[in-house]
Write a protein that binds this ligand. Structure first.
Ligand code: SF4
Ligand code: MG
Length: 326
């Protein structure tokens, strides 16, 4: 498989470990070909930073990024170029990333022309075909971004992302700025395109109903830490981390936004610059005990691919093994 088959979560950090780590790594969570990994958490929990770290718009503050056995942590732009071309990003506000002076057709055909300079007719045909795929007819091709609605602009952003035939699309709150009726259309389009073209999504959202609807697996983040990972069924049917449980308990109705749910959890979110000692959730956790202040819990396998970073779920002690291989 492609290198995205080997992207793993380990100790709350994303990496694609060498095979030896894969063999011992009971807590790993991979993004398989054609799969959707949903990342959920309150705003400010580090979801967007995570996405930018994966795609290398940010240097990681800790850990490494290893893709297909190659450590790319220190790679410069030129060395990242072929790797980055397999990943594309879709943003909450596509308008910010669309050149306002470029016609839509030119925006989408740019990657085709880069690969085959001079073949303008061919590039334009392919761009029109992609625009048709996202529901924009040829009558839209010569218009400029400001002439489109928010939902249409997101369709343009999707078409442009697809023009490089990516293996992974990182979608950072791609529908949260849209009307609810438009959200469903765009989500369905994104899922249809994935099924047809067989790429993967790292899908970042604060919306529990969205993440449940689209994800094969889910990672729950709090203050920059992955606190629980698992299949969508496991996360919703048997949530184990006190934070995950609080989120779900506070939002029993599908469609309830996570931000509202999070207000139900007691206490303030600590500053990411002044993290609590030990467990990052302990200042708000109703179940905190002595060990929680003394020791930071790491993700531990619970069976069935579910992993939890909480001392209450410390049945196996495999963390030292993981550290040794990190
Ligand atoms: Fe709560 Fe302790 Fe578990 Fe953290 S480690 S979630 S404070 S019980
Ligand atoms: Mg964000």
């Amino acid at each position: 498989g492609g290198f995205f088959d080997r992207l793993r979560w380990r100790d709350g950090r994303l990496s694609a470990p060498r095979r030896i780590v894969h063999a011992v790594n009971g807590v790993s969570l991979s993004i398989g070909r054609g799969e959707v990994l949903g990342i959920v958490g309150e705003s400010g929990c580090g979801k967007s930073t995570l996405a930018k770290t994966v795609i290398k718009l940010h240097q990681p503050t800790g850990g490494r990024i290893v893709l297909d056995g190659e450590d790319i942590t220190g790679h410069d732009f030129a060395r990242m170029r072929p790797i980055r071309s397999k990943m594309q990003m879709i943003f909450q506000d596509p308008y910010a990333s669309l050149n306002p002076r470029q016609r839509v057709c030119d925006i989408v055909m740019e990657p085709f022309l880069e690969n085959a300079p001079g073949k303008v007719r061919d590039a334009k045909d392919r761009a029109l075909a992609l625009l048709a795929k996202v529901g924009l007819g040829p009558e839209h091709a010569d218009r400029y971004p400001h002439q489109f609605s928010g939902g249409q602009r997101q369709r343009i952003g999707i078409a442009r992302a697809l023009s490089v035939e990516p293996e992974l699309i990182i979608a950072d709150e791609p529908v949260s700025a849209l009307d609810v009726s438009i959200q469903a259309q765009i989500l369905n389009l994104m899922m249809d395109l994935k099924d047809e073209m067989n790429f993967s999504y790292l899908f970042i959202t604060h919306d529990l109903s969205v993440v449940r609807h689209i994800s094969d697996r889910i990672g729950v983040m709090y203050l920059g830490f992955m606190v629980e990972t698992g299949s969508t069924e496991a996360i919703f049917d048997t949530p184990k981390h006190p934070y995950t449980r609080a989120l779900l308990a506070a939002a029993p109705v599908l469609g309830a936004p996570l931000a509202a749910a999070a207000e139900e959890i007691r206490g303030e979110v600590p500053s990411a610059f002044h993290l609590p000692s030990g467990c990052c959730f302990r200042t708000r956790c109703p179940l905190a005990f002595d060990r929680c202040a003394a020791e930071r819990p790491v993700l531990r396998q619970q069976g069935d691919g579910q992993a939890v970073a909480c001392h209450l779920h410390d049945a196996t002690a495999i963390a030292p093994t993981l550290e040794a291989n990190a």
